[in-house]
Ligand binder design. Structure first.
Ligand SMILES: NC(=O)c1ccc[n+]([C@@H]2O[C@H](COP(=O)([O-])OP(=O)(O)OC[C@H]3O[C@@H](n4cnc5c(N)ncnc54)[C@H](OP(=O)(O)O)[C@@H]3O)[C@@H](O)[C@H]2O)c1
Length: 434
């Protein structure tokens, strides 16, 4: 056994605190193989869940990252720019090993970091960055290294999943379910990254890098938030045999990839329809293996620390691999997007209750070649000035639907922009079934 690796840990919050606790209880694969040579946070005087007094303190994470005595820099600060990025770059420029849980940094700057890493002979590991404690990074990169991945379907944001599950279970509206998520510690004071889909989009970009060797600009992935989903939508979906879940999807379509993040209707028979609360799950359809399911806690001190330890043990065992399974030169950044995929959709249109309204809505859909599969208007809503109408479409092109929705939004009887949600996996068999 060589000398112990000297760790520099920057960020001592949920994940950093969890890591220090886990390191203090290190099992046989870690014992005697590391020393904590420095820690960094914003404020050394803050009360913490773990005693950091034995460790040298650094006000500046960049200075810690660049210290010659540090072998492994562990970045648990967060954010795509600022100190996290600068500190990781400083460590990679010196050829050090970097472990990070920072999906925003990887999704926004992964390609440049990988190049830096290769140029200077360092390494970059990030098991904690997607689905927290669920070992999906290693699963895709190592376990499925020899497979052809066709589809990744996932629930990657525990906050959104908790909110939608709670709205359904307790008949709450979005604001009340969000408040509950915040009270239980499942949502930040500013929940925008989670509920808008931006957090899932970062994670999906990383999974795309691993599954298809394409680490795209996250902005090229179609994204929708869960904020506009109402209890009426959830009940309406249920009546049709679906549940609404925050779904992240990647699918190979010939030479193109369909990529999207947002609330979607899932048939009750689909495995993701039953992943509730704050859990994460990732389903991978690959040849010649078939379907694999990864599921578990996607956040929290313990699960995330566990993923960081896995990266550390890989390093100690000399088992680190190219971060995305291939070198920077083979990792493309341009997503060959399949933007006009065909699918079925659910629509809710809030309209004035007056004659001819439904005809006008169906006219706009028909004009774009979108056929209605089912229609429902809540009996209790009748006789009111404003009523929601619920529709499902037959298979249609996304661009045609978007155009029809824009036209419906312009109708004088339409009171707010229509809500459109994809109906996922209802007719497409998985590759091994098809
Ligand atoms: N929370 C999770 O369950 C989870 C799961 C997976 C991945 N992640 C990722 O893990 C990372 C950390 O998340 P977290 O939840 O642990 O965040 P957090 O609780 O907010 O902790 C952030 C830490 O960074 C420190 N920090 C902020 N600015 C700094 C600076 N300029 N220099 C040095 N330290 C600085 C803070 O210092 P002070 O303590 O002194 O204020 C704090 O200790 C993020 O990239 C996040 O996306 C989190």
């Amino acid at each position: 056994m060589g000398r112990p690796l000297r760790l520099g840990i920057a960020g001592l919050g949920v994940v950093g605190g969890g890591l220090l606790t886990a390191l203090a209880q290190a099992g046989p694969r870690l014992q005697g193989r590391f020393v904590i040579a420095g820690v960094s946070g914003r404020d050394s005087s803050l009360a913490r869940t773990v005693d950091i007094s034995p460790f040298p303190w650094f006000d500046d994470a960049r200075a810690l990252a660049a210290r010659p005595e540090i072998d492994v820099f562990i970045e648990l600060i967060g954010g795509a720019v600022g100190p996290a990025k600068q500190a990781v770059e400083a460590a990679l420029r010196q050829g050090k090993a970097v472990i990070t849980a920072n999906k925003a940094l990887l999704a926004e700057h992964g390609h440049a970091l990988l190049q830096l890493c290769e140029r200077h002979g360092g390494s970059l590991a990030f098991e904690a960055a997607v689905a927290g404690g669920v070992p999906v990074i290693g699963g895709l990169r190592e376990g499925l290294a020899g497979a052809r991945i066709d589809r990744v379907s996932a629930i990657l944001n525990g906050t959104s999943n908790f909110i939608l599950s709670t709205m359904e279970a307790q008949s709450l509206d979005f604001a009340a379910a969000l408040a509950l998520a915040q009270a239980k510690g499942f949502a930040e004071a500013d929940p925008i990254m989670d509920v808008s889909g931006a957090d899932s989009r970062h994670k999906l970009a990383i999974l795309c890098g691993l599954a298809f060797h394409c680490l795209p600009d996250p902005g090229s992935i179609r994204m929708a938030g869960i904020e506009r989903v109402t209890p009426l939508d959830i009940a309406s979906a249920r009546r049709l045999g679906f549940r609404i879940k925050p779904v992240a999807r990647l699918e190979r379509r010939g030479a193109r990839i369909e990529a999207s993040v947002g609330p979607a209707l899932l048939p009750l028979t689909h495995p993701l329809a039953h992943v509730d609360g704050a859990l994460n799950a990732v389903l991978v359809d690959a040849a010649p293996i078939g379907r694999l399911t990864f599921s578990g806690p996607g956040a929290g001190a313990g699960p995330t620390a566990c993923a960081v330890l896995a990266d550390l043990i890989n390093l100690l065992d000399g088992a680190q691999r190219p971060a995305f399974g291939v070198g920077a030169a083979q990792l493309t950044s341009v997503l060959p997007v399949a933007s006009n995929a065909a699918g079925r959709h659910y629509l809710r249109v809030q309209v004035m209750d007056r004659p001819g309204t439904l005809a006008a809505v169906s006219h706009e859909l028909g004009a774009m070649g979108v056929s209605i599969d089912s229609f429902h208007q809540d009996a209790f809503s009748q006789q009111r000035a404003s009523v929601p109408i619920f529709l499902t479409t037959q298979l249609c092109q996304l661009e045609a639907l978007d155009a029809a929705i824009a036209a419906i939004a312009r109708l004088s009887s339409t009171l707010e922009p229509p809500l459109s949600l994809p109906i996922a996996f209802d007719s497409t068999p998985s590759p091994e079934e098809g």
